[in-house]
Design a binder for this molecule. Sequence first.
Ligand code: MN
Length: 747
Amino acid sequence: MYVVDEEKENREIVNSYRRLLRKAKPFLKDDDARQIRKAFKLAVKAHEGMRRKSGEPYIYHPLAVAEICVEEIGLGTTSIIAALLHDVVEDTDYSLDDIRHSVGERVARIIDGLTKISGVFEYGSSGQAENFRKMLLTLSDDVRVILIKLADRLHNMRTLDSMPQHKQLKIASETIFLYAPLAHRLGLYAIKSELEDLYLKYSEADVYKEIVDKISATKESRDRFIKRFIRPIQQALNEHGFKFTIKGRTKSVYSILSKMRKKDIPFEEVYDLFAIRIIIDTPLENEKAACWQVYSIVTDFYNPNPDRLRDWISTPKANGYESLHTTVMSREGRWVEVQIRTKRMDEIAEKGFAAHWKYKDSPGQRGKGLEAWIASVRSMLESNDSSAIDFVDEFRTNLYQDEVFVFTPNGDLKTLPYGATALDFAFEVHTEVGLTCIGAKVNQKLVPLNYRLQNGDQVEILTSSKQKPSEDWLRFVVSSKARTGIKHGLRDEIRRTADLGKEIVARKLKQLKVKMTTETYNQLTDFFGFKSTTDFLYQVGKGQIEPRELKRFKEALEAKKPVRRARAIADVKSLHKEFEAKGRSEDILFIGEDMDIVDYKMAQCCNPIPGDDVFGFVTVSDGIKIHRTSCPNAPELLSSHGHRVVKAKWASRHEKSFIADLEIIGTDRVGLINDVTRIISGEHNVNMRSITVDTDTGIFEGIISLYIDNQTSLKELIKQLENVEGVVKVTRKKRTFTHTTIEQAKK
Ligand code: MN
């Protein structure tokens, strides 16, 4: 229980205030100290009489947050003042104007930001997601808001003991969900690790304690091992005249547990419980050479694992992290990670962003990664109109990911999340480039859109003005920029097509003398069996519903019996009945015209296009599918399941787009691809969907996927392509996608 002793408390308040000033002293200039004092007095007065859950005076908290800002993040006077006053507007009678009046506009703006984002984030609640979005918006305004918020959260986590258990869990969950990733992304490694460990302490107390106990039980033998390991290195570094310190760093409890769970191993088998960190003191201009010299010394004594060399000095991580990591074999036969870095790099790694500011005069790329990140967050926020929850999800997926570094054709470096594809890169260049991307050249070789980029790839994007975004793309892109871009593109596309559909419908209804009201559109949507009016209009715009079909709607309307469009049928018998009812003498399905009798779809295994010889197959649960007679699944379907086969023919003049794959074989030459794509783009009824080419051995082998209107256009195109110099043979490829097996075709 907490016993109030005001005298002791006042002493403690004064002590921690003095400690704060002492730690801030190296940064202070002019009348900074006076300003801080003023803020401190204001905070004391504002929080007077208030106590924390623990029973302590409230002012302990802002003082501690300010101290974290100085000591652990390296922030200066403005932040100290803002930290001291961060809870004043929210929790006391003082207003933002009072703050502005007393400590000025700049601090007031930061506190305004902090007040706006206060309130805890709760996953699944849109109000709180919106809060988080606001918080990120402040990134573009003043990143100190986020940093102070993190300091605030860290202190609350350190003092979580006094909270009731259900609140502990809630606060801890928010911390692991958002604040730890955020700290990671801002390069605040020390804070990130502590937040993660504290999360574990409250979410899985037993597991946490067990690991902590094991770490301390093995400490002695570990220390002995480290001592033996670094002895020869120390000696050699001294001989070479290096100024340095070497530390053995134990992994955080959280990352040890993650490793145990990921690899499904006990504590005893986590081989990299610790890493050796060599920090050298060297002038800026020598940094890189010096680090590699140390690397050379280390590997003189111990053999390195070539697969585990990480050079974040030549290319720092996007959050600014710089270091050289290697894993070497110790004499005891176990792998040891060695991290080599300079004092400056170490400070940036521990304190992150603020340390960047301190070194911002340094040459080269430093700090650029973070600025680029903040800029990308800003553009994401500005372009985002999806729901706040979606947004948070997408943002989070980008937080922890590792990165892949690739180059533009001009040699500019781009950083993308690990697993990014050529299409992600295209969207990174520009949304418009992404939306019209048909493929890419990576290191001079053609690759498809979903090619996964490797470190060091040089990427050139190929575009076509006829390309349109596809829902498929969402299945392989990983960056939120690409996802957002595709979703926007699809939405725009749907809107444009629906607008077109609306015009068509309006024209036809006028012709039919049907009055156009919202009610009419609702009835139409219902009549054709769609969930939303937009879906219906989109299908009209796409030509999937013919204007003349609207006539049936009018008939139904006049007959006052709103019948629905035909549904999928389950067997040939019921199809026969339908045909009979329509007075047909023969059971032939006319593709393109019989939509009112029965619903059918094109089979994905062979994608028939008008003109192909086809048949219908009544599947078990998905209505009729139209196959080419040359489909690889056709023999079995026709022979073993003849009772489910329906004759089908193309109704004339009914033209829609279908997918066809062309295989092109020839001898490779410069410009061949350009000639091929030019011809395809020139052909009126053809749209290129994707292109994949392999030119490994001087032989050119490509597969071009097309949207095509009919057989005649396709034949014309093949003829033209075969006339291209170098092309030997063009054939329509049988689509034998693995995702449609014979089993699936029957379903
Ligand atoms: Mn607070």
